[in-house]
Design a protein around this ligand. Structure first.
Ligand code: JCF
Length: 670
């Protein structure tokens, strides 16, 4: 047992050392941050249980990697600290309890929280207001002198503003690359056939550690201060006060700093997590500090991390895993999409076993093949994506997958559209995969909203050929359904009841449910508003369609093409004959409450009394256009708790901003 521990410790040390090298020296990690943290945690746990096996050069005994080459070494007179981590609310509360315990406090401690920027730490030294030196963190004691490179970063002042700065001032902060700048830069590098970077953090690190400052000058780096190193006199009594002082010297500090007590901070954390994608840069958590500097001093340090601060990490968004196979999926419009089947991996709080590959161009661009080790990313609620393939770790010859020549489901020949990079099954409704996808869309909540008819039931109904078109759903009887596996008479009645209730719908929903290519909810709504009824729409010429909002020549041609197909027209007639109906007036706005016509609204943050979708529907019913982003065209922004970038933008543009209470009042008096 104990020798097993010894071996495991040794293996972990070697493994972590390799990852440290890949990350710090090569700027090219092969595992995700969360996976790395887990390895380190495991090693720490084992070293705690078996201190006799701790290796003197264990990676747990130092903060980062030693500087490797090219740059002169710099010793930090005040060490550059790292942060202890917490991963969930319990660990956060333990951190707060430890702090308050040590301080012997009765009332709640004021904390300062800020987004944890995902870049690399930098120390900048000013003497008499002039930038004299800048160094990376390195291992916390010794870093690299990157002064010439840092001088190229526009947002870092070479001379401090005003005249109240201390003679000696070392500012510590994070060098980052904003997401947009990163994407643009990578595109540029790709165009020049140069090495691209896997993520903004590695791009920032790789750029800052470029040996040629001329190249660094072309890299879009930013800097935000979060603390101090050596100083000749104090700048304030609190962390937040110090940040204000730095701001006055023209040093960029993170605008997201919040002062609050620990219970409020929990809310700040969940809001930040929910809004992380809206921020212009990547963050991997929230840093929490005791705001009072005297208390910070009382708390002191453990090893090389302060006791007064902690990084509350977000669930990792990236992890590495193995691609088992590339499957072909046939979509609603026949598009055949490659889908990556993955060895399950825990990512962003869920277990992920599929990732989208978008199209065959993407497969070729990534050069992904079955068996490859891949980096997977899952941001928010979006479908996981493969962002990188570790081709260098492909250990045997694997052939790239080939473009399908026939539909994997109905064997119809495929049509290739070079412009779109899409391969499409030509089978139309004879293809059971397309049939299933169309029906799934037809019954979905935002379309006909037929509760109780799920994918499994649809598969059965299609398999038995009871349902070929959406109209067939309305011909089903409870007696027929009762014959199915696991379908009692009560559930059969419920299904038929749900189908029957869906007959009363709206024109917009109906149009959306038809599943015309490129006609999403918004376009369906616009069409419903522009055309009185289906008869006019069916025969509308291209020019007339193109007069509708958001309908260009491509969408117009898809709409025409759809209505030109004989069986599509038949299905529509069938549906109407079977009782599907809507009010022809629903789309015409009632003149009593048409005062939002011509206005453009945006909703952001959380609402408590209804979902954002419901609120959007209500506003639209009053004639407003509801869109996703704030611009000079925006009339009103409804901002709930957790609002982020959109709120900032609305404030900057001087857009009217109201809260949920005001929205309710407005909806109520209609
Ligand atoms: O944003 C960061 N990555 C960040 C790192 C923010 C901070 O306030 C930090 C930090 C590392 C150490 N504070 C310390 C003391």
């Amino acid at each position: 047992m104990t020798t097993a521990a010894k071996t495991e410790i040794h293996q972990l040390v070697r493994e972590i050392r390799l990852h440290d090298y890949n990350y710090h020296v090569l700027d090219s990690p092969t595992i995700g941050d969360g996976q790395y943290d887990q390895l380190v945690r495991k090693l720490i746990a084992l070293e705690t249980d078996f201190p006799e096996y701790r290796e003197p050069n264990s990676p747990t005994q130092r903060v980062g990697a030693k500087p490797e080459s090219g740059f002169e070494e710099v010793t930090h007179r005040v060490p550059m600290l790292s942060l202890g981590n917490v991963f969930d609310v319990d660990e956060f509360r333990q951190f707060v309890a430890r702090v308050e315990d040590r301080l012997g406090k009765v009332d709640a401690t004021v904390l300062a929280a800020e987004p944890k920027l995902d870049g690399l730490a930098l120390s900048i030294r000013y003497e008499y207001g002039e930038l004299v030196m800048a160094a990376t963190r390195g291992d916390g004691q010794t870093g690299e002198n990157v002064t010439q490179n840092v001088r190229t970063i526009r947002s870092i002042p070479l001379t401090l503003k005003g005249d109240s700065f201390p003679d000696l001032l070392e500012v510590r902060g994070e060098v980052i690359m904003k997401k947009q700048e990163f994407t643009a830069m990578n595109k540029r590098l790709q165009g020049l056939s140069e090495k691209t970077f896997v993520n903004p953090r590695n791009a920032a690190a790789g750029s800052l550690r470029q040996l040629d400052p001329k190249i660094v000058a072309t890299r879009p780096l930013s800097f935000f201060a979060y603390g101090l190193g050596e100083i000749s006199e104090p700048l304030g009594n609190t962390h937040s006060g110090v940040m204000d002082a730095l701001k006055a010297f023209a040093i960029p500090v993170n605008p997201g700093l919040v002062k609050a007590t620990s219970d409020q901070i929990e809310r700040v954390y969940s809001d930040l997590l929910a809004n992380r994608d809206q921020l212009p840069y990547e963050i991997d958590g929230m840093v929490v500090k005791v705001d009072d500097l005297e208390m910070q001093e009382m708390l002191g340090f453990v090893a090389r991390a302060p006791r007064f601060a902690s990084a509350w990490k977000f669930p990792a968004q990236e992890a590495s895993t193995r691609l088992i196979a590339i499957d072909m999926q046939v979509g609603r419009t026949g598009a055949i999409t490659p889908v990556a089947r993955l060895e399950p991996v825990f990512l962003g709080g869920v277990t992920v076993s599929n990732a989208t590959l978008h199209n065959f161009d993407e497969v070729a661009r990534l050069d992904v093949r079955p068996g490859d080790q891949v980096m997977v990313r899952r941001a928010g609620d979006v479908i996981p994506q493969i962002i990188r393939v570790m081709t260098e770790r492909r250990d045997r010859q694997i052939d790239p997958i080939e473009l399908p020549t026939e539909c994997p489901v109905c064997q119809s020949p495929v049509e290739c559209n070079i412009d779109e990079a899409v391969v499409r099954c030509s089978g139309g409704l004879i293809c059971k995969a397309q049939r299933l996808e169309r029906l799934k869309h037809f019954v979905s909540r935002r379309a006909m909203d037929i509760d109780g008819v799920g994918e499994r039931l649809l598969e059965t109904l299609i398999g038995r050929e009871w349902v070929k078109t959406p109209a067939d759903l309305y011909r089903l009887s409870a007696e027929l359904l009762e014959g199915l596996d696991r379908m009692g008479s009560k559930s059969a009645q419920n299904v038929v009841q749900a189908i029957t209730s869906s007959k009363a719908t709206t024109f917009a929903r109906f149009l959306y449910a038809l599943g015309i290519r490129d006609v999403g909810e918004a376009t369906a709504r616009n069409l419903a508003q522009a055309f009185n009824d289906i008869d006019q729409l069916i025969d509308a010429p291209l020019e007339e369609l193109m007069e509708v909002d958001d309908v260009g020549p491509v969408v117009a041609s898809h709409i025409r093409a759809f209505f030109e197909v004989k069986c599509n027209r038949e299905v529509i007639v069938d549906l109407v004959t079977l009782g599907v109906h809507w009010s022809v007036y629903e789309s015409n706005i009632d003149s009593n409450c048409s005062d939002l016509v011509g206005q453009t609204w945006v909703l952001t943050g959380a609402l408590t009394s209804m979902t954002r979708e419901e609120a959007s529907d209500k506003l639209r019913a009053l004639g407003a256009k509801v869109v996703g982003s704030v611009s000079t065209q925006t009339t009103v922004l409804v901002a709930g708790p957790g609002a982020g970038g959109k709120l900032d933008k609305a404030e900057t543009l001087g857009v009217e901003i109201i809260d949920e209470a005001a929205l309710l009042e407005l909806l109520e008096c209609r």
